[in-house]
Write a protein that binds this ligand. Structure first.
Ligand code: FES
Length: 331
């Protein structure tokens, strides 16, 4: 992110959507608005796990993804928190147009940032990047897990959810919430923090690109670090082969298309009438994830882990290509 939790697209084949209503709005920091959405008839909402996000469909057809920052145990509401970014289409809609009762079209929760079991957790957030981490921290606190949070902000007064986080830090003697406020000259020394982090700690990080890049650079190979990317990671194409032509066979629909240089698999399939749901079209949201039956993907996304890339069982067809002459996809 520049951190409003936004990924953008013109969505050509949207996932199933539903209309919710704005039930509650609250300013959780001077530039951050928390919005609570509920079903208009009070129906329970599809469940989600910590780390999930929803796609919000803007009136002009664009789509923005926002992390769910509420309590997954609350099936009545989805909560998102949005930074007011000058010129940001999504933030202009959220901050400028929403009122209590406004209808908002969303796609159901998806999760590319799963909260896994671990002996201990280290959370690293930058500003609005706290949003996907908040439900994880709540869950870690609920389980009585060993956790801490390093929260990088311009100032403590502008830190969303800081009071709630401090509430979760019930054992104040331990001091689990460490605020690194730039205006107090207390910037996070990322290298020192990663060096002092045990290998059995699961590290979750979300924030501005420079923070996530710094954490990625400082992490040892033996450390398990999970990132939520809101813009393509700078090394997304780290193993990419040169662009070339290849064939994509759609096993279920029986369609075969040739993907040429400079054209994505998603675009080639769309032109051939094969519809696959997409959202960001930058390899960061996971909406277009497609199962690979044969062939070797050339991964260029920011979603899959190195292990998932190596397994080659799925690929993000909006950005990823083929290493060989042919891919068979489960579509
Ligand atoms: Fe978002 Fe492909 S559409 S990863």
């Amino acid at each position: 992110m520049t951190t409003s939790g936004l990924r953008e697209s013109a969505q050509r084949s949207p996932a199933t959507t539903r209309s919710l209503r704005v039930h509650h709005m609250e300013r959780v920091a001077p530039q951050v608005l928390m919005v609570e959405l509920r079903d208009p008839d009070g129906e329970p909402l599809p469940p989600y796990e910590p780390g999930a996000h929803i796609d919000v469909h803007l009136p002009d057809g664009a789509v923005r993804s926002y992390s769910l920052c509420g309590d997954p145990a609350d099936r009545a509401a989805y909560r998102i928190a949005v930074l007011n970014q000058p010129g940001g289409q999504g933030s202009r809609f959220i901050h400028g147009d929403l009122r209590l009762g406004t209808a908002v079209t969303i796609a159901p929760p998806r999760n590319n940032f799963r909260f896994d079991a671990a002996p201990r957790y280290r959370f690293i957030a930058g500003g609005i990047g706290i949003t996907p981490l908040l439900p994880m921290i709540r869950e870690a606190a609920r389980r009585g897990a060993d956790w801490d949070l390093h929260y990088c902000v311009r100032s403590a007064a502008e830190a969303p959810f800081l009071a709630e986080l401090r509430e979760l830090d019930s054992d104040r003697a331990v001091g689990r919430v460490v605020v690194h406020a730039a205006d107090e000259g207390r910037r996070l020394a990322v290298g020192d923090l990663l060096a002092a982090t045990a290998d059995d700690a699961l590290i979750y990080c979300c924030g501005p690109q420079r923070l996530m890049d710094a954490v990625a650079d400082a992490a040892r190979p033996s450390q398990d670090v999970r990132f939520e990317w809101f813009a393509p990671r700078s090394d997304a194409g780290r193993d990419a082969a040169p662009d070339g032509r290849f064939e994509v066979v759609c096993a279920r629909s029986g369609v075969t298309v040739t993907v040429t240089e400079g054209v994505s698999v998603l675009d080639a399939l769309d032109a051939a009438g094969v519809s696959v749901a997409s959202s960001c079209e930058q390899g960061i949201c996971g909406t277009c994830e497609t199962a690979v039956l044969e062939g070797e993907p050339d991964h260029r996304d920011s979603v899959l882990s190195d292990a998932e890339r190596a397994a080659g069982k799925t690929m993000m067809i909006c950005v990823s290509r083929a290493r060989g002459a042919r891919l068979v996809l489960d579509i």
